[in-house]
Design a protein around this ligand. Structure first.
Ligand code: CMP
Length: 139
């Protein structure tokens, strides 16, 4: 079974959207294999997004991601990475399809409510960034 890392970003946690967003994952058949709420430090956000460290939006993105609590989850299922990306919609909410999470809740390209791994390699890195084996349910 494939696993992906999902994050409910500070803008969505702030607006009480945690249940709604996790509900969309569950309705689509994804299983929650691990779940917690954390607040990243600036350094923690920089480590998570290190692949973007040369991008112009990196300082602002890591400020935002450390600005308040986030909910991190491991979602599991057949084709979980693509399935969660399809549920999220395009990075920029203005370009996201109708019916997607970012279309419904995203405020702009930075405050876009959710994150999802983009490949098996990034999923492995991102899951291990937040969760130990002990925190994961594998069924
Ligand atoms: P995410 O899927 O979490 O991965 C990197 C994040 O950078 C992305 O979502 C956006 O929230 C954020 N970001 C901010 N500005 C941009 C931009 N111009 N292009 C792409 N991503 C951006």
């Amino acid at each position: 079974m494939e696993q992906t890392l999902a994050i409910i970003k500070p803008d969505a946690v702030e607006r009480n959207l945690v249940g709604e967003i996790l509900g969309r994952a569950e309705e689509a058949g994804l299983r929650i294999a691990a779940l917690k709420m954390v607040r990243l430090s600036k350094e923690g956000a920089q480590g998570f997004y290190y692949v973007h460290k040369e991008r112009p939006f990196f300082p602002s993105l890591t400020d935002f991601m450390s600005s308040g609590p986030i909910v991190v989850a491991v979602l599991q299922g057949e084709g979980a990475i693509q399935k969660w990306r399809d549920l999220m919609g395009a990075t920029d909410p203005a370009k996201a399809d109708e019916g997607t999470i970012r279309k419904a809740f995203g405020l702009n390209v930075e405050k876009n409510s959710v994150h999802g791994s983009d490949s098996p390699q990034s999923a492995a890195y991102e899951i291990a960034y937040f969760f130990s084996e002990l925190e994961m349910v594998n069924k």
